[in-house]
Design a protein around this ligand. Structure first.
Ligand code: SF4
Length: 294
């Protein structure tokens, strides 16, 4: 067995021991459409490979959160804020150390860590330092949906995932070429009560030799609910916090968010500190081959 295959086997075994469900390997060359400051080599000079790992959410937790007589998102909130991200990041640290034990360098990438404003030559608001969705598609785990998030044939959107950037030359996985996982049904767009998606403003996102069509997302509108929990219907009302502060039409600013949070705090009381907002665009996304399954 070659040194590369030995390392890959050690990585897959470490991932399996960490209860990781999916592992994929992408060459750095498949990130051609990603901003240079967000590419693998921007994080690790000499990067050659990106290893992507994904862990599924328990099916009942994901599908039933907030939809049973308990009317509770608290298990989902705990899983999201304390469980899933932590377990996936700890696994990424483990894999990085295994790569180091084999004589190479590796850096695990963060999950859902954002710069709110454009940064130097990166023009986008709410951008992450590394694109785990492009990485997952590049590593053959699945496709990018209209919502821009990963869809896998095994779990649809029901997974948490991150990447490990390394200068180890590992054999890459082929990109996904199965039946389409996104058929443009639009359920994701309809499920977003913030109207953050512009389904008519679709961008082509090249990844390796594939191109994915992704709808423009107004991240300020998205985070108005996702990060600041300012729309009670998207989850907080099931924590008993019934305050919704609508965003202004047009461009949203820091001051708009600060004012809205002040209003929410005044009207919502102590519960404003303990709420959760479900990613309904992702939960509404059921790939075609899964739609008949219960
Ligand atoms: S909900 Fe439909 S349109 Fe949206 S990503 Fe999923 S399959 Fe594509």
């Amino acid at each position: 067995m070659s040194a590369q295959d030995t390392l890959l086997a050690a990585l897959r075994e470490t991932a399996r021991a960490a209860r990781i469900d999916l592992v994929g390997v992408a060459p750095a060359s498949r990130f051609q459409a990603v901003h240079p400051r967000r590419r693998p080599e921007a994080h690790l000079p000499g990067a050659q490979t990106v290893v992507v790992i994904a862990m599924r959410y328990p099916k009942a937790l994901w599908e039933l959160a907030g939809r049973t007589p308990a009317e509770s998102y608290m298990s989902m909130s705990m899983a999201d804020s304390m469980g899933m991200r932590t377990m996936v990041l700890l696994a990424a640290l483990d894999l990085s150390r295994v790569i180091e034990d084999h004589g190479f360098d590796a850096i695990p990438m963060p999950i859902d860590s954002y710069r709110v404003h454009p940064y130097k030559d990166i023009p986008d608001s709410w951008h992450t330092p590394f694109d785990n969705d492009v990485a997952a598609a590049a590593a053959g785990l699945g496709e990018l949906g209209l919502h821009g998030k990963l869809i896998t044939p095994q779990f649809g959107t029901r997974q948490q995932y991150t990447s490990i950037v390394t200068n180890a030359p590992l054999p890459a996985d082929a990109m996904y070429t199965g039946d389409p996982l996104c058929d443009g049904c639009g359920a994701c767009v309809k499920a977003c009560l913030m109207h953050a998606f512009s389904p008519d403003a679709v961008t082509d996102v090249p990844v390796g030799d594939r191109v994915f069509r992704v709808a423009k997302r107004d991240w300020w509108r998205c985070m108005w609910s996702q990060r600041f929990h300012l729309n009670a219907e998207m989850g907080p009302k099931l924590h008993g916090m019934n305050v919704t502060v609508d965003p202004p039409d047009g461009k949203i600013t820091d001051d708009d968010v600060k004012n809205a949070l002040r209003i929410k705090g005044e009207k919502g009381g102590m519960q404003t500190w303990y709420t959760y907002a479900m990613r309904e665009c992702e939960r509404a996304c059921i790939p075609p081959h899964m739609r008949t399954q219960g």
